[in-house]
Design a binder for this molecule. Sequence first.
Ligand code: UDP
Ligand code: MG
Length: 153
Amino acid sequence: MSGNRERTYIMIKPDGVQRGLIGKIIQRFEDRGYKLIALKMQSATTEHLEKHYADLKGKPFFPGLIKYMASGPVVAMVWEGLDAVKTGRVMLGATNPLQSPVGSIRGDFCLAVGRNICHGSDSVDSAEKEIALWFPEGVTQYTSALDTWVFEN
Ligand code: UDP
Ligand code: MG
């Protein structure tokens, strides 16, 4: 399979920022060949986070999740490349870090489901919604010098 060129929304959560893991997480996406097309640090409001996690409203962990996500700045990013959504999730690991394989971001850097350091869109549809929510100003467009070395066409 040659893969689809997609965009995904990846976010370093407040614990990832506090623990000094911004560089390591970005490095993994760069190393894989994904292209960074949007990046900012932001202290999100409760209202904004409730929109981001609207699908989980009503879950018992929802209030704790919003509090955790509002506890410090996050790093919001959009990465582009082949199968970015699905492969981004594989790179992150499972929701529960204890079930994440070693070699994945969660499998290498964290332990608790409620402190799992990163977020990644779970479908192309949610990626589009999340990118619009976090980057209403839009994303950048540029040709990477590496394009012809990473992609076949
Ligand atoms: N979460 C939690 N307890 C749970 C399930 C999820 O604290 O039992 C948190 C966890 O930080 C997770 C986030 O809620 O990353 C969103 O849950 P989702 O099911 O969307 O997992 P993800 O897509 O982040 O893997
Ligand atoms: Mg999710």
